[in-house]
Write a protein that binds this ligand. Structure first.
Ligand code: HEC
Length: 206
């Protein structure tokens, strides 16, 4: 009884196997492979460059620079260093923001600032429309500057993860240069002192 049941049960699977084999054969018919689908979801660069500076770039950068400070006073030397796990964790979060802010600035179509935003220091800072025109004119330099923010952020992130105060200090200088090079090129009015801003980022001037 048990034996015959086993036998009976065996037969449907083999039939199924036959059907499956047929299906596989059919699906192997020479149909050209569909081309890879074009991604339909695109970036939505909602925040302006100004928003990103205020929310994601300036606060963590300040935290990096404030993390290692040596002050000489009348009574001796005061040293600020990251000490607790919480100090390091907070710096790590900031470094991640700097790194990825560098990538966000690479996205095409991001506005510089809101329509109603005007320079807080007219004559010292350019207006958003003027900045946008500069970016438009030299998108490569913009991309390189954003990339340098990313790369300086990576140096900071590594320093933080290694809990290396010396590297944090050195990386802080590189970070500062990354900010200033982009600002000099795109945010401040042309330098009338004769020093070419383009020369400061190490790339040949146009
Ligand atoms: C790829 C270019 C670029 C890099 C890199 C960059 N910035 Fe900016 N930043 C800008 C531009 C453009 C503006 C002007 C936007 C505006 O306010 O109209 C700006 C504006 C600012 C502002 C003023 C925001 C406001 O309230 O109007 C601050 C603060 C700032 N940046 C900080 C930093 C710091 C700190 C760094 C480096 C850690 C940095 N930025 C790196 C392009 C850059």
């Amino acid at each position: 009884m048990l034996q015959s049941r086993t036998t009976r049960h065996r037969s449907p699977p083999s039939t199924l196997a036959g059907i499956l084999a047929g299906t596989v054969l059919m699906s192997c018919a020479p149909e050209p492979a569909a081309p890879p689908a074009v991604p339909v979801v695109e970036f939505q660069p909602t925040a302006t460059v100004e928003d990103i500076m205020r929310a994601m770039v300036d606060p963590p950068a300040d935290a990096m620079w404030d993390a290692v400070v040596t002050t000489v006073t009348d009574t001796g030397i005061e040293e600020v260093r990251p000490e607790t796990d919480e100090d390091w964790l907070s710096l790590e979060r900031g470094a991640v923001m700097l790194v990825e802010a560098g990538n966000l600035l690479l996205i095409d179509g991001r506005r510089i600032a809101d329509e109603d935003s005007v320079s807080e220091l007219p004559g010292i800072d350019l207006e958003p429309a003027e900045i946008a025109a500069r970016v438009e004119q030299d998108r490569d330099a913009w991309m390189r500057s954003a990339r340098e923010l990313h790369d300086a952020g990576v140096v900071m992130l590594n320093a933080v993860r290694d809990r290396n105060v010396e590297a944090l200090l050195e990386g802080g200088n590189r970070l500062d240069v990354a900010c200033e090079n982009c600002h000099t090129r795109f945010w401040y009015p042309p330098d009338t002192s004769g020093n070419d801003a383009a020369a400061t980022d190490g790339s040949p001037s146009p």
